[in-house]
Design a protein around this ligand. Structure first.
Ligand code: NAD
Length: 358
């Protein structure tokens, strides 16, 4: 594969599952970027990843990676609670940041990070990689340029009980280490919170990406047989009322998608388990010609396409398609709002009013 001459030199913080399954390969395959450095406190894990992916440099100390003048940008691939601190350190060191989702776990810490992004003048993109799904790209283009006024938005994200059998079949064997740095409290100790952070943020970013800003929500949570089902009424800024469904885990196949009804047409989207790297099936109906249209989207490597788009913003001054700091913050506010509404039996919660953690 031929790489561009001008390439973003990326250092990846964290050699955990997401780095192994997505970011190392993405940086290696991206035309306009390279896997310049990797970093992990776990020596055994880092050395094995260095042997497999052959970065130019390898660091046990994040500070040392940030001090390297040849590192242009970092990908933050650590546990959620470390995102804001690691992003802030990178910005202070003059590095651009692609931070895994969710950008943070509480409103205030992300508000603080926004000030750091503004004063740094550097690019910060949040890893909402579904925006780089070619099917979702066609939906976004239709909504923005042809659909006219929106009437309604439905979005659903339902992780399924069989997902590990499916992902184990297609992902590389994930290497773990007893020496990995983990948060003081296991994120999975509170599943309600974990599911909102891990999955809710995807559903809410897709809804905001396609439906525009959300102003308020009313949410109900049902918990049965170990499964969690949030049904959310979302009030979009343009007056559209949305229905969102976050369910973990459904007893069937992975079930994710959206439906948007508009003045000049409609869009129906079926999104696949991301690890299949299969573009969403997005059917667009145009009222003007009475016909359906679907793009194949042959290149469904959302994670690599996300890195390439990030590099284009930095190297070529391209517009940011990924979620920026404001959108990362809006996702965190939306998650907090859904959580607070569900705790209070479906009370209307405005995103602008929420404080605290998910
Ligand atoms: N976009 C997606 O589809 C997707 C999918 C899965 C996970 N994620 C996100 O990816 C993130 C990481 O998930 P994971 O399961 O790989 O995490 P993990 O905690 O298992 O692994 C993180 C690694 O980073 C290392 N690390 C942490 N802080 C460090 C520091 N300061 N210096 C050096 N090394 C450090 C740890 O030792 C560990 O090996 C999470 O935020 C998660 O939400 C995103």
């Amino acid at each position: 594969m031929v790489k561009d001459e001008k390439r973003l030199r990326i250092g990846v913080l964290g050699c955990g599952p997401i780095a192994q399954a997505a970011h190392f390969e993405s940086c290696t395959k991206a035309k306009n970027a390279e896997l310049f450095a990797i970093c992990d406190v776990a020596d055994d894990l880092r050395e094995r990843m260095a042997a497999t992916f052959a970065p130019t440099k390898s660091f046990s100390d994040y500070r040392a990676m940030l001090d390297d003048p040849d590192v242009d940008a970092v990908i933050i691939a650590t546990s959620d609670t470390f995102h804001v601190e690691a992003s802030r350190m990178a910005l202070d060191a003059g590095k651009h940041v692609l931070c895994e989702k969710p950008l943070g776990v509480a409103v205030e810490e992300v508000e603080g990070l926004r000030a750091a992004v503004e004063s740094s003048g550097k690019v910060l993109q949040v890893g909402h990689m579904k925006r780089f799904d070619p099917g979702i790209e066609t939906a976004k283009a239709f909504v923005d340029t042809e659909m006219g006024e929106k009437l309604g938005y439905k979005g659903w994200y339902c992780d399924n009980t069989h997902r590990y059998a499916m992902t184990d079949a297609v992902q590389p064997l994930i290497v773990t280490s007893a020496n990995a740095r983990k948060p003081a409290v296991n994120p999975k100790a509170d599943l309600k919170r974990y599911y909102m952070l891990a999955h809710g943020c995807h559903m809410l970013d897709t809804a905001r990406h396609l439906g525009g800003p959300i102003e308020a929500v009313e949410a109900h949570l049902t918990q049965r047989f170990g499964a969690y089902c949030w049904f959310v009424t979302a009030y979009f800024a343009d007056g559209t009322v949305g229905q969102l469904d976050l369910t973990v885990a459904v007893r069937m196949d992975w079930h994710e998608g959206f439906q948007i009804y508009g003045e000049n047409g409609s869009v129906l989207g079926k999104i696949y388990n991301p690890w299949f790297y299969k573009s969403s099936d997005v059917d667009i109906f145009r009222e003007s010609d009475g016909g359906w249209h679907r793009t194949l989207g042959a290149d469904g490597h959302f994670y690599r396409r996300q890195v390439e788009a990030f590099a284009r913003v930095i190297l070529d001054g391209a517009d940011m398609v990924g979620a920026d700091i404001d959108e990362g913050l809006a996702s965190v506010r939306a998650m907090v709002a859904v959580a607070r509404s569900a705790e209070t039996g479906g009370r209307l919660v405005r995103l602008a009013d929420v404080t605290g953690a998910v």
